[in-house]
Structures are given as structure tokens and as C-alpha cells.
Design a protein around this ligand. Structure first.
Ligand SMILES: [Ca+2]
Length: 170
């Protein structure tokens, strides 16, 4: 009796209406969920750049690689010195890819004592994040809405200069 009532209560059309409503709700909610995930990843990327900045300072001041120079390091060197976590050390964390390198200047070792740059790019632009970030030894973090490509020999790599088309985060 109960089963018969149930069947009578749910016709095919009613089921289709339910499916249509669920589809609409998902279609409305999905972009919001995606945006929330991206902004979460972006927040994490900024946090990771701050972690790298703190790690660089520790690495340099304490000569954590023990080479007798108060120099900056790359991701592998910071990881080996235990000043960044092992996930960040892989260069990929929470939808972002990270790089950090001492500045190369004119090739003399003095440059790596004074400057470094860090870059965080979304693994997929507009999918895992809407912004690419960069920072230098000043600790200020800048963003752009294009993937940030570090060109070998570019001013960023040489002198840790943040290009003018990047904007400081608030
Ligand atoms: Ca050192």
C-alpha cells in the first residue's frame, strides 16, 4: 500500500523536475565553489612566499648551508636547511608552483649575498588561481594576472627587480 502511494507520488515528470532543479543548483553553485578554491589557493601562495622570505632570512643570517657566506638559497637549499616545509620544497603546493633563487647579477658571488627573487604561478592560470605573484628581498609581494615567466638573464633573475606591470598586494 505504502509502495503504491510512493510510486503514484513520484511520476517521471516530477523526477525530471527534481533532476532539473539539482542541475540548476549545481550550475549556480559551481562557479562560487571554484572561485572560493582559487582564492584559497591565492591566499596560500602569498603565505608560502612569506614562508620563503622568512626562510631566506634565516638561511642567510645563520649561514644554514655552512659555506661561510651569508648568501641566499634556492628551494632545494632552503629545504635542505629545514627552513621551509617539505611540500613547499617540491615547488608545488595548493595549486601553485614556486621558485626562489638568489640574484645572479653580473655573475660575481656578491649578488647572491644581497638579493633574491621568489615567484608563485598558478599551476593552471584561471583554474587553480587568477594571479601570479613575485617578491624580492624587500619582502613586498606583487601580483599580475598573467603567468609569470622568469626569463634567464632577465632583470628579475639578475637583480631581483619586480617589473613595473606587477602590483603590490594590499
Ligand atoms: Ca651560506
Amino acid at each position: 500500500m505504502l509502495m503504491r502511494c510512493f510510486r503514484a507520488a513520484f511520476t517521471l515528470i516530477e523526477l525530471m523536475v527534481v533532476v532539473a532543479i539539482i542541475t540548476i543548483v549545481v550550475a549556480i553553485a559551481l562557479p562560487t565553489v571554484m572561485e572560493a578554491r582559487k582564492s584559497g589557493n591565492e591566499g596560500n601562495a602569498v603565505g608560502s612566499l612569506r614562508t620563503i622570505a622568512a626562510g631566506q632570512a634565516l638561511f642567510r643570517e645563520a649561514d644554514r648551508d655552512g659555506d661561510g657566506l651569508t648568501d641566499y638559497g634556492n628551494l632545494a637549499e632552503l629545504a635542505a636547511a629545514d627552513v621551509i616545509d617539505q611540500i613547499l620544497a617540491t615547488g608545488t603546493k595548493a595549486g601553485y608552483r614556486f621558485e626562489t633563487e638568489p640574484a645572479i647579477g653580473d655573475g660575481s658571488p656578491d649578488w647572491r649575498l644581497m638579493m633574491y627573487y621568489s615567484v608563485a604561478n598558478p599551476r593552471k592560470m584561471d583554474v587553480t588561481g587568477n594571479r601570479a605573484y613575485a617578491s624580492n628581498y624587500s619582502g613586498v609581494i606583487f601580483y599580475t594576472q598573467q603567468l609569470y615567466v622568469v626569463v634567464p638573464g632577465s632583470d628579475l633573475q639578475k637583480y631581483a627587480i619586480i617589473p613595473p606591470e606587477m602590483y603590490p598586494i594590499k
